[in-house]
Unconditional design. Structure first.
Length: 557
């Protein structure tokens, strides 16, 4: 092991990452922590550098090559045989081996004692060191832990595969127990989707929690084939068809309730990718005030949903909470006095006092055909799950112009772009101007875990992006990561939104064919419209979410 005397603080000053005064500040903080915290950690906490910047700087100064661990083909079956305590202490991952060396990636190349201990364990070949960010090392550690935990049930599944027919009728199959385990784990994590993804040598199962995917299981391909076949049987799909996409649905009764699963398969290079959306029928519908609207937007939205007629659009990408917002709106206005009809694909949650209809394209019952039949049902309010084509859009406009209140969704990036999207779909500008009440664009950001929330100083690049949009003395927060949030620092999600009300002036602009930019600029200057980026900044300044997460999901101004 080659040792070098490296003064990290001096390097950062020399490279222009920090000033001498900032270095002195970090050294004083390190003294306050009684030197229990490394200088690099404090630098990152203070927002002076990122992990990757630190790694690249050390790589250059120590003449140790940088490596992207997720670009390497790591043999995890070999990796789990290394002493975990040694790897963790050295923050190191043996990721490759050739005739000459065993290659080890570490985020802390100056931790000579721990690296030497690891080198003494590896006596077969000399080691060749590489640098990598700490977060990547930690994610590999998580995968090692996952593999160890699932080894016993994987052994049962393999035994069952090779001794098919030995199980009695009363016994639940090992593969079904594995599916139940995977699903229970996702529900326990409060996941919304399960992703089963094949690769060249193995498969991974990832669960989407609060909008972000986390790896939960890793199996070899022998398990993959049995797992996917059984899931396709549950969803009433054709198990022999692997060349085209399929959709299905199934219900599973677990100890804590009944869950519906929406199933989608699509062929990829190494096999079928399977995604399961988890729908909890016991989930309590949110009230409008629980969605996350700031007071001004909540007032605007409430006024809109109590209008007698017109179209109210909810826009955003898949997974941005549009359906939840629609259900909350319907829940607010449903009553004995009015008739509410919905056309959905699929019906995710059941609403009292609402007549809900499921699309069935196999028999020609589409959004458009359902909407035509709705107008003969004497409805007061119509909800269309999604406007997908020109016919449905035209019918929705006609319904709104004949005295019906219509709720629906579109996939657009912001509120103003929904206008040009409708025009592109073939609706005349004058019809858009006459029929649209308002447009809500929304995203979901993660909420900071209240159990490990602490004040932080954002990275200087982030502060530069928001300069002039927030007060200079605004405090920002982050979650350290704890057992309550599975060490993510986040728990739950909240909406950030923008609401474009179609006033008389904006209606005239739409009819004349004004651009999205012209409409948004006018609304911002004259009518109090605020882009959702500002809503995100407010929530970050209130300590509800982090600046990083706002910029992850919302384009900055």
């Amino acid at each position: 092991m080659i040792k070098k005397n490296v003064r990290l603080g001096d390097l950062l000053v020399e490279e222009g990452y920090i000033t001498h005064e900032q270095l002195m500040h970090v050294l004083s903080l390190q003294k306050e922590y009684s030197y229990s915290k490394k200088m690099g950690e404090i630098m990152i906490d203070e927002g002076y550098v990122t992990q990757k910047e630190m790694s690249l700087l050390l790589s250059q100064q120590l003449d140790v090559a940088f490596v992207d661990l997720f670009g390497e083909k790591i043999n995890f079956e070999t990796l789990v045989n290394y002493p975990y305590a040694l790897l963790e202490k050295a923050l190191a991952i043996p990721f490759k081996e050739d005739d000459e060396y065993i290659y080890i990636a570490t985020s802390d190349p100056l931790n000579y004692e721990a690296l030497e201990a690891l080198e003494q364990f590896i006596i077969t070949k000399p080691i060749s060191l590489r640098l990598t960010p700490e977060d990547d090392v930690r994610r590999i550690f998580q995968r090692i832990d996952i593999i160890k935990k699932t080894r016993s049930i994987v052994a049962e599944v393999k035994k069952e595969i090779h001794t098919e027919g030995s199980k009695s009728e009363s016994e639940e199959s090992a593969i079904m127990r594995l599916i139940t385990l995977v699903i229970k784990d996702a529900i326990f994590r409060k996941g919304s989707d399960l992703h089963i993804e094949p690769a060249a040598n193995d498969m991974s199962i990832r669960v989407r929690v609060d909008g972000v995917l986390h790896e939960s299981f890793v199996f070899d391909m022998e398990i993959y084939y049995a797992l996917v076949s059984r899931i396709k049987i549950l969803g009433h799909l054709d198990i022999s068809e692997k060349r085209k996409a399929q959709d299905g649905r199934f219900t599973l009764k677990l100890e804590d309730g009944v869950y519906d699963f929406r199933l989608s398969t699509t062929p990829t290079l190494y096999g079928e990718s399977v995604v399961m959306r988890i729908l909890d029928q016991q989930k309590i519908l949110l009230k409008l005030e629980d969605l996350g609207f700031i007071d001004k937007n909540l007032e605007k939205f409430t006024d809109q949903i109590h209008s007698p007629y017109g179209i109210l659009l909810i826009t955003g990408p898949t997974g941005s909470g549009k359906t939840t917002t629609l259900y909350a709106a319907l829940n607010e206005i449903k009553s004995i006095e009015n008739k509410v009809l919905t056309i959905e694909d699929p019906i995710e949650y059941q609403l009292p006092l609402v007549q809900q209809v499921q699309v069935n394209e196999r028999v020609g019952f589409t959004f458009f055909s359902a909407l035509k039949s709705f107008l003969r049902q004497d409805p007061d309010v119509i909800m269309i799950g999604e406007i997908r084509d020109a016919e449905t859009l035209g019918a929705a406009a006609q319904a709104s112009l004949t005295g019906h209140l219509v709720f629906s969704t579109l996939h657009t990036n912001n509120a103003a772009s929904a206008i040009s999207r409708m025009s592109q779909m073939g609706l005349e500008n004058y019809l858009i101007a006459d029929s649209i009440l308002g447009i809500v664009a929304q995203r979901l950001v993660r909420k900071i875990c209240v159990h490990c929330k602490h004040e932080v100083k954002p990275h200087k690049d982030l502060l530069h992006k928001i300069e002039g949009h927030v007060a200079a003395n605004t405090l920002f927060y982050k979650g350290k990561g704890c057992s309550q949030c599975e060490f993510s620092g986040y728990s739950g999600r909240i909406m950030v939104s923008e609401i474009l009300i179609i006033s008389e002036a904006i209606s005239k602009m739409i009819a004349k064919g004004s651009t999205n930019f012209e409409i948004a600029s006018y609304a911002q200057e004259h009518e109090g419209f605020e882009p959702m980026f500002y809503d995100g900044l407010k929530k970050a300044g209130m300590g509800i979410t982090t600046l990083d997460d706002v910029l992850r999901v919302v384009k900055d101004i």
